[in-house]
Design a protein around this ligand. Sequence first.
Ligand code: BG6
Length: 483
Amino acid sequence: MVSRVIPVDPFDLVIFGATGDLARRKIIPGLFHRFAVGQMPAGARIIGAARSEMNHEAFLKLIEDSLKEFVPKSAEQSAQIAAFLKSLRYVCIDATGEAGWRELGEHLRPETVRAFYLSVSPTLFGAIADNLSTHGLTTPQARIVVEKPFGRDLASAKALNADLSRVFDEGQIYRIDHYLGKETVQNLMVLRFANALWEPLWNSTHIDHVQITVAESLGVEGRGEYYDRSGAMRDMVQNHLMQLLCLTAMEPPSRFRPDAVRDEKLKVIEALDPVAPDSIARGQYRAANGEGGYRDHAGDPQTLTESFIAMKVNVSNWRWAGTPFYLRTGKKLRARTSEIAITFRDPPHMIFPKLEGRRGNALIIRLQPDEGITLRTTIKEPGPGGMRVVEAALDLTFADAHGPDVEAQDAYERLVMEVIRGDQTLFMRGDEVEAAWAWVDPIIRGWEETRERPALYDAGSAGPEDALMLLHRDGRRWRDLEP
Ligand code: BG6
């Protein structure tokens, strides 16, 4: 099976912060990949805008070097890189001042779709939006794309929404959560809403609990200072895990349209109960084997920020009351694994011998690595030993299902193309982000008041003991983090 490439209309894409890390590692390599597979139309323009004084040639050299560094097969693609570079331009711009805006306007074509991608600090969102407006660069067709973090609490998120909405309608604002661009995250919607199989079981009558795990094996080395201002709650839970929770828990939307989907996600966030402090475990990885611990990496020996969090969350609505969702995410854990595990209830009456260590039926949706789904079922143990049962996995690895010709698409390249198409389904709406902060804020405020130090855990472990206890006391256990 070969992936289908749906062409997009010509566009002018302005990337603010084009010389920065995200643009060089993800956004521009993603665009190059779309170009290489033939999705980028002739006449597409990518206009890099940044503070650095550099001429067009220096910018092209920077991007060429970045593509060579961050695109895996770039050595075999030098002709395509040369062709791709022809669509690039550079404007040196002062986000908060006057310089560069008129020149930027000269690169934009009146009738062409235009998108402004703000890969810059959120403190600049308002100034850039205002400058775009004062210099007459916005059109009804224009789109603005913003990166996370979208605020650090409800008040700052509201302020950012207000900054953007002075100039743009909600229908023009694309707030990125790159988890929504991941293949399996979208597959979750197809799995749920294109198969009649699951829906009758998808509720608290049949589902015992749900575990959502985003575990990382790397620490925060190199970005400790930034990370320390957020912690796992702001960096991962408020956005990525919340989105996974919403897609798992939401009601079927009436149409696959942006607002129909986002209305249902919002209802899930609004149905979340406040979380009591004893339903949360926080951790910091400790120093070991000559490697620094979280506090060393954060550069603050007293920091109380968490590099790990596990929590029990209740979605208080008709479908989910009585089925807890357990979320966990952290750095320096045993494995890099992201998955959603739906564990079903036991049969009401068991007529076969009890299986020691039985874990029960579960649907495991693997986001990374090795994307796919596994259905854990109970079968007869083979052989003449009587009717003894064992557990076995029905396994569907997407790469095997689709064959070797389907190339993986990075989340960013998919999301940028959705912006050009004008489809907001995979982007967060303003009210969604605010609702997520409204739920997270009191939890963080509680920690700020008690000033308790997060529990320590070993690098390469599954997190602190408290996180294990969170499930043990409910008679459940976390799935193993398998490397
Ligand atoms: C980012 C976080 O949003 O997501 C990082 O800021 C985290 O701390 C990253 O490492 C994880 O993304 P992925 O796609 O590697 O799972």
